[in-house]
Design a protein around this ligand. Structure first.
Ligand SMILES: Cc1cc2nc3c(=O)[nH]c(=O)nc-3n(C[C@H](O)[C@H](O)[C@H](O)COP(=O)(O)OP(=O)(O)OC[C@H]3O[C@@H](n4cnc5c(N)ncnc54)[C@H](O)[C@@H]3O)c2cc1C
Length: 408
């Protein structure tokens, strides 16, 4: 059976590698960028315990490679920028597993190396669509440095081409995105904090929030948010050093040492801040009349508040691998039934994760009270949801022993 994967990002690499180890599948993975091109290298990622558990159950070797490239995310603390601590949660209180924190470029490097030989880089997809015979099969035409190429009779097309998915544009007419009225900037810098910043922390001044943690080797990732008008771009005057200093400096007390170091760092003339706006998009899992599966951001672009974007890309890829492997083990080679199984296992889960991520963004919105909002996060109801988020990954994992899967 022929499987074509569009995109070799987080979900693409996990699914390409996993499917390549299943018997009877011919895998092609087409990636737009050249090898070694990590467009988002100025970013750190914290990946939730749910992805760690899902990947350990599905591909323990790959999970081990990410262990080696990351630091453990063990704790989540929320304070005010004057140093008042509001929330301090060891992740072990809500999950048997910790998370990961690492550079985005390192995650891509590890994942792409682990799918070596499966990925064709530098591909520009020119056209894709359903074959005319009504079978649900698809075709893809693309070009690369060697010229034009075509794959037809594709049994399963997997769209893992990110938030602005070309595949979803073609098959579903695009992705409806919704802004939530929050600007976000990020920067990744060498660690000169002298131990001030280590594990995952957030600091509020009103609804303006800083977030930071250390990632290997020796860098600190800082992200900042503040409210902006719902439908507009981020005004330039809010991006200046003076505006940022005012946004995060507490009025009635001096900033804590951590907050001072971060404010000085982001306001330094040398700082390189990358700007975006927080948004989410409507979930879609597969096409009703073509054998197209969406995973990761092409399926469910979500607000980043709970660090679930890459996390769900991994969890979703693992869930899809398990569903396909289980269907195949039961002798079922009907791709429509695979898609139905994946959609059934993912739709409620994704709905919950997206809604919970949005709910947890309350403290970022204009007029919000971070103290009241963060104290709510200490309530049993919120902690129960966090347990559900980090642990309810569904039926993930292979019935086949690791040695047998590695042999293909
Ligand atoms: C600033 C920022 C911070 C974030 N922080 C976190 C975090 O802390 N934790 C977390 O879990 N998530 C985080 N995310 C979200 C996370 O990075 C994404 O959700 C995740 O990368 C999605 O994975 P994916 O596999 O769906 O897509 P991607 O990783 O984006 O991969 C898509 C791949 O498809 C390729 N591609 C795109 N179009 C085409 C095409 N037409 N043809 C071929 N290839 C194509 C791209 O080059 C890329 O390699 C953050 C995102 C941003 C922007």
């Amino acid at each position: 059976m022929r499987v074509v994967i569009i995109g070799a990002g987080v979900a693409g690499c996990v699914i390409a590698r996993g499917l390549s180890r299943m018997p009877g599948l011919e895998i092609h993975c087409l990636e737009r960028v050249e090898p070694g091109d990590h467009a988002e290298s100025g970013t750190g990622l914290n990946i939730g315990p749910n992805a760690v558990q899902a990947l350990r159950a599905t591909d323990p070797e790959l999970a081990g490679l990410i262990d080696d490239a990351s630091l453990e995310w063990k704790n989540w603390r929320v304070s005010l920028t004057d140093g008042t601590v509001l929330f301090d949660l060891p992740l072990k209180d809500v999950s048997p597993s910790n998370g990961w924190r690492l550079r985005w470029s390192e995650l891509y490097r590890v994942l792409r190396e682990s799918a070596e030989g499966l990925i064709r880089y530098g591909c520009t997809v020119e056209e894709m669509g359903k074959t005319a015979d009504g079978s649900g099969k698809t075709f893809v035409r693309w070009s690369d440095k060697d010229g034009a190429h075509e794959l037809t009779d594709i049994d399963l097309l997997i769209a893992v081409d990110g938030r602005f998915s070309q595949t979803r544009n073609i098959f579903a007419g695009g992705v409806n995105s919704r802004q939530i009225g929050v600007a976000i900037f990020r920067t990744l810098i060498p660690d000169t904090s002298d131990g001030l910043i280590t594990d995952y922390e957030q600091w509020f001044n009103g609804p303006n929030r800083l977030l930071a943690y250390r990632v290997p080797p020796g860098h600190i990732y800082i992200a900042g948010t503040f409210p902006i008008p719902l439908d507009g771009e981020t005004p330039d005057e809010l991006k200046t050093a003076e505006a940022l200093r005012a946004a995060y400096t507490p009025r009635s007390a001096p900033p804590s040492d951590q907050a001072k170091w971060m404010i000085d760092t982001i306001c330094s003339p040398d700082s390189e801040l990358h700007w975006a706006r927080i948004q989410e998009s409507e979930a879609r899992h597969c096409e009703p009349d073509a054998n197209v599966l969406y995973l990761g951001d092409s399926s469910n672009g979500m607000v980043p508040t709970l660090g679930q974007g890459a996390t769900q890309a991994i969890e979703g890829a693992c869930a899809a691998l398990s569903a396909i492997e289980n269907r195949m083990a039961a002798g079922d080679t009907d791709v429509r039934s695979w898609l139905a199984a994946i959609e059934a296992s993912r739709s409620e889960r994704i709905r919950f994760v997206m809604e919970f991520s949005l709910e947890a963004s309350d403290t970022l919105l204009a007029g919000s009270d971070p103290v009241e909002g963060t104290l709510k996060k200490r309530s049993p109801a919120f902690l129960e949801k966090l347990k559900r988020l980090y642990n309810d990954i569904g039926t993930i994992g292979s019935a086949r022993p690791e040695e047998e899967r590695a042999a293909g």
